[in-house]
Each structure stands twice: as structure tokens, then as C-alpha cells.
Design a protein around this ligand. Structure first.
Ligand code: HGY
Ligand code: MN
Ligand code: MN
Length: 415
């Protein structure tokens, strides 16, 4: 590929800032939960921009959006890139959106230079990557890769009982194309690191080798509601006291499997949540992560044993459910090499790195050679409204993405 092609850093930044206006929060973040009206508005903007860039746009029955730019040989499977535009409730401007806008910028730049790739290229918005409104995370790329069937995906419900299928119809993104039938030649995802390593080492590009494993659990602890006044301490079956010991156990298990383990209780609902009623029932979630599948499994087994011990000791009834397992993933050598070579050609020292966060690339790696490009984010903070990144780093990652994609698209056409 001619080395003088560069993406337009200002256009990439402006598109990110424009997209971030949809669901903008007071603190400078974005709250745009999957399949809300705001998600619809962001999808509409993405589709409009893609059509302005000459792409043909299609939507599958999980609401995944595919924008296609033809190549020299359109019988070849496309080189795909993309990410997500749904956010956490206190999300930032860059998580997911960077990967989608970088993909669009690749297409816009190829148009600027009238550059024809060997194979076609496609940019994708994957539905509900965050797993915040609907669990699990990455569910639509999971359906695409055959990890979940489409009925499972469409039946995922939010806390109000609204399903993904109903909400896709409501916002007009229940596509007709069968999810997963689309060929993929290779998939690349550009993303902010969401951790501190690249910034701490003053590196611009992360050459992602793979993604650590993830296990999600849901725990419902049932005791006995009673009056906070006349009920003697020794007679109580307090679900929140038992839960508190379980939450500390989650943290203890994480701390005892360092240096790589991560352990988080992110959601907790206390019922009836009234100041003078002893809590009768508590629901909480657990997010365990580790790059080693065996250690991750051991962490889950330790937690199950601790939950049973605490329940027995405090005379509580507890339901302990594993609701999602995403095994550790290693990306394809040819894609990792394409990202590393592109970084080198552009004068960046590509830092090999394992992703702590899950991404749609996890599931795409089951159906196509897959790679990721990371760029630093400020103080390594993400899933927070203060999430920030430098324009020049975002542009560097997008230039690497463009080169890696063109390398694979032309290699495919060369046969
Ligand atoms: O949970 C994750 O790692 C991603 O943000 N969905
Ligand atoms: Mn993300
Ligand atoms: Mn995220």
C-alpha cells in the first residue's frame, strides 16, 4: 500500500464529537444504552454517514449494521472492522465509538484517495456489546459467531422485562438478514485500551494478542424481612449482611489470584430497601476475569463454596447462577502480524498486549482471522464519563487499522 496515505485526524475527531452529542451527560460522558431512542438516533447518524460515503448498508435480525465498500473482486469475503456504539450508563465518548468511527474514517480515506482494495471492506456496528441494559455482553456478535442462537439473543430482557427483539422492532432496527450468514474474510477492531499500560509506557499502539477470559454470575440471597426495631439480633436472617460477606469474598478471591485476576460486584439490588425493614432478599452480579481459563474456573468454584458456607452459617437461601462464560481468546497470527507491521511501517513501536476488556472481536475470532489495535486512554480510565483520549493517538490507531485492513484485503485478492 502506498505509504503516503493518511487518515484525516480532524474528521475522525469531529465525527466522534458529533456522535458523542447523542446521549451527552453533564460530566462530558455519554449515556446511550442499547436499543434506546438515543441508540436509534446514533445508528441513524452512522447509517447516514455511511451512505454519504457511498456504502451500501444492511441490518441483520440482531440489529447489527453492515456498511459495505466494494473492492476489485467482490466475490471475496470482506475485510471487516467495527465495534459498538451502545454505552455504559456512565460511559465515555470513545469506548466502542472509536472503533466504529475509525472504520468509517478508513472508508472515507479510501474514497479520498480513490483507492480500490482487493477484497471489499465493511464497517459494522454490533448490537448491545456492553451487556449493561441486556446481559450478557457482546450478545449480538455472539449470535453472529454461533455462540448463542438468535432466539436466545432476541429474548434477552432488561430490568423492566423489555426484550431485545421488542426493542429492535420499536427502534426500527429489526433487520431481515439472518444474523451470522454474512461471510467475513478477516475482522479488525480498533479500541481504546481502557487500562493504564500504554499510557504508562508512553506507547501509542497496542498490538493486541488476545483477550482474557470472563465469567459472569448472578446471585440471589433470600433471608427474612422483619421489623428493624423489635427483632432481636440473634433471630435475624438478614440477606444484606450475608451478601456483604459474599461481596468481600469476591474481592478476596480476586486478590488471591493476582497479578492478573479481576473481581467485581457491579450490580446490587436490596429488597425491600426500606430503612426500617431487615432486608429479605438481595440480588447481585459478579464479574470474574483472568487470562488463564483454569484459574478463572477455580475462582468460580471458590466463590460457589464461599457463598454456600456463608448461606449456611447465616441461615439464608441462595441461588448462585453462572450466566456467561467467554473463554480466553488468542487472535490470529496473520492479523496480529498485520497490525504489528502497520505500526512499524508508520514508525510506532507496537506494544504487544492482552485485552482486559471483552470486545466483539472475541466472538468474531471464532469465525474469521481477527486482530485488534489499541490506543491509550487518559489515566487508563474507561466506563466513566471522564474517559478521554488524544486526537493524535486516535489518528495513529486509525492509520494502523487502515493499513492492516488494506494489507489483508490485497493479500486475499492476490490469492
Ligand atoms: O465487559 C466488557 O469487558 C465490555 O466492556 N463489554
Ligand atoms: Mn468496548
Ligand atoms: Mn465497554
Amino acid at each position: 500500500m502506498t505509504t503516503n496515505i493518511r487518515i484525516n485526524a480532524d474528521r475522525l475527531w469531529e465525527s466522534l464529537m458529533e456522535l458523542a452529542k447523542i446521549g451527552a451527560t453533564e460530566k462530558g460522558g455519554v449515556c446511550r444504552l442499547a436499543l434506546t431512542d438515543l441508540d436509534r438516533d446514533a445508528r441513524d447518524l452512522f447509517v447516514k454517514w455511511c451512505k454519504e460515503a457511498g456504502c451500501t448498508v444492511s441490518v441483520d435480525n440482531m440489529g447489527n449494521i453492515f456498511a459495505r465498500r466494494p473492492g476489485r473482486d467482490n466475490s471475496l469475503p470482506p475485510i471487516m472492522t467495527g465495534s459498538h456504539i451502545d454505552t455504559q450508563p456512565t460511559g465515555g465518548k470513545f469506548d466502542g465509538c472509536y472503533g466504529v468511527m475509525a472504520g468509517l474514517e478508513v472508508i472515507r480515506t479510501l474514497n479520498d484517495y480513490n483507492y480500490e482494495t482487493g477484497a471489499p471492506v465493511e464497517v459494522v456496528v454490533w448490537t448491545n456489546e456492553e451487556g449493561s441494559r441486556f446481559a450478557p455482553a457482546m450478545v449480538a456478535s455472539g449470535v453472529f459467531a454461533g455462540a448463542f442462537d438468535v432466539n436466545y439473543g432476541l429474548s434477552r430482557a432488561d430490568v423492566d422485562g423489555k426484550t431485545m427483539g421488542e426493542e429492535l422492532k420499536r427502534i426500527g432496527y429489526a433487520g431481515t438478514e439472518e444474523c451470522g450468514k454474512r461471510p467475513v474474510g478477516a475482522f479488525f477492531e480498533a479500541h481504546i485500551e481502557q487500562g493504564p499500560i500504554l499510557e504508562a509506557e508512553n506507547k501509542t499502539i497496542g498490538v493486541v494478542q488476545g483477550v482474557q477470559g470472563i465469567r459472569w454470575y448472578e446471585v440471589t440471597v433470600t433471608g427474612m424481612e422483619a421489623h428493624a426495631g423489635p427483632t432481636p439480633m440473634e433471630r435475624r436472617r438478614d440477606a444484606l449482611v450475608g451478601t456483604s460477606e459474599m461481596v468481600l469474598a469476591v474481592n478476596r478471591i480476586g486478590m488471591s489470584n493476582l497479578p492478573y485476576a479481576c473481581a467485581t460486584v457491579g450490580m446490587l439490588q436490596n429488597m425491600p430497601n426500606s430503612r426500617n425493614v431487615i432486608p429479605g432478599r438481595v440480588f447481585f452480579t459478579v464479574d470474574f476475569r483472568h487470562p488463564d481459563a483454569k484459574i478463572l474456573e477455580k475462582m468460580g468454584a471458590e466463590l460457589k463454596a464461599e457463598v454456600e458456607r456463608i448461606s449456611k452459617q447465616r441461615r439464608l437461601d441462595t441461588e448462585f447462577k453462572e450466566i456467561w462464560y467467554s473463554p480466553p481468546v488468542k487472535f490470529a497470527d496473520e492479523c496480529v502480524a498485520a497490525v504489528a507491521q502497520a505500526s512499524k511501517d508508520l514508525g510506532y513501536e507496537g506494544r504487544p498486549i492482552i485485552s482486559g476488556a471483552g470486545h466483539d472481536a472475541v466472538y468474531l475470532s471464532r469465525v474469521a482471522p481477527t486482530g485488534m489495535v489499541f490506543v491509550p486512554c487518559k489515566d487508563g480510565i474507561s466506563h466513566n464519563e471522564i474517559e478521554d483520549a488524544k486526537k493524535e493517538d486516535l489518528a495513529a490507531g486509525c492509520d494502523v487499522l487502515l493499513r492492516a485492513m488494506v494489507d489483508r484485503a490485497n493479500a486475499a485478492a492476490a490469492g
